[in-house]
Design a protein around this ligand. Sequence first.
Ligand code: FAD
Ligand code: NAD
Length: 409
Amino acid sequence: MDVIRLRKTKIVILGAGYGGLMTTVRLQKYLGVNEAEITLINKNSYHYESTWLHEASAGTLHHDRVRYPINNVIDNRKVNFIQDTVVEIKREEKLVVLENNEITYDYLVVGLGFESETFGIKGLKEHAFSIANINAARRIREHIEYQFANYNNDSENRDERLTIVVGGAGFTGIEFVGELANRIPELCREYDIDEHKPRIICVEAAPTVLPGFDPELVEYAVGHLERKGVEFKIGTAIKECTTEGIIVAKGDEVEEIKSETVVWAAGVRGNSIVENSGFESMRGRVKVEADLRAPGHDDVFIVGDCSLMINEEINRPYPPTAQIAMQQGETCAKNLAVLVREQGELEQFKPDIKGTVCSLGDDDAIGVVFGKKITGSKASFMKKMVDNRALFLVGGPSLVMKKGKFNIF
Ligand code: FAD
Ligand code: NAD
């Protein structure tokens, strides 16, 4: 028996990151114009590749290469795009409060992404930078360049202008120092600075770089980066950030490192709007059901870094990654189509982890792909293919041609 529809189902998607945008482009494929009213809301008119932000931050890739207009990939006959900032989700009223408007929904998809997590460490919020979004990345690039530009113009050279401290040697910290190690020699040439003067210091609290990753690949990465001049302080935790630099501790030993540029890359959390809107969460991440809905909220799906799922094999949460966010977007769109049509079964999401590749600058990388370890130009090629694949999945070959990475040989 056909269902008589009095009005179209209203689907509202918050955030055009990997999870939200993937949900949107798949939904516009699965549903007809008359089946649902789909609205996508995002702060900016563009999507940015969060996974390329370390390059924009170091200045090795222009920020315009990292973003593209959302209107390039959505079908405006099927999706209504609103550029606005989400302020609060009122779950009981099925309403989202925006900076300039309000919108009601039948089904909501929350894909508001990540924020930097500073764990309450004194001074970090005030004095450190974080690679949190495209404008934060632009600020880091400009700030570093400003320090180099000023160095030879001070009455007395101040080495702290050329000392860059990166907090955390997780994937973000390592990818960022890899780019910096390539960018610094260029800046030295540009501003007449001795190449041996700048310092890049990466501080990691755990006993190793890239904790949990393959030890042989970690050794390769550390060797490569140290040869390029990166200094590692391992088993050393950042305790405080001041206007002068940072204070670190290794056991009982406390040290101050003077630096004008401290970049905190040692932790992320889900968007605070999620917890401020009353969802039960851990650092802004909601432990979702297998069908990606928030517990107790059959009308709210949560995808990407605002969601949390447990890997039963190791009884630990899956790491927040673009890879998972995009796969969740696919499942979320399928499940919304089932609910709109009132036909079929909801899909249970299971991440399909194809591997992890970590760049060490534009010219080198390490990775485990389909269970195989790779390094060097092969890994670097693979990393660019992963980046291009993400573009392809959202915008097809034309987006790859416009924004893809082809500097592969
Ligand atoms: P995001 O990509 O964070 O997007 C969120 C969107 O919501 C943005 O468009 C933002 O503007 C918008 N938004 C936020 N707040 C509001 C608001 N209040 N109102 C309206 N809009 C809002 N993962 C991998 O799998 N592989 C990698 O190689 C990799 N590399 C990384 C490199 C770096 C430097 C970083 C920082 C992360 C990397 N990650 C990688 C992790 C990956 O980027 C995240 O897991 C992924 O971006 C999460 O996607 P998302 O859809 O949840 O949100
Ligand atoms: P992370 O949480 O993975 O790593 C943070 C690192 O900072 C850890 O090694 C931790 O020990 C360290 N740390 C924490 N507190 C510290 C302190 N006080 N002082 C010094 N070190 C401290 O965070 P991330 O690297 O930003 O990654 C976030 C997510 O994005 C992860 O899921 C990651 O897998 C993903 N990511 C993936 C890639 C890739 O696949 N190439 C690249 C970047 C990020």
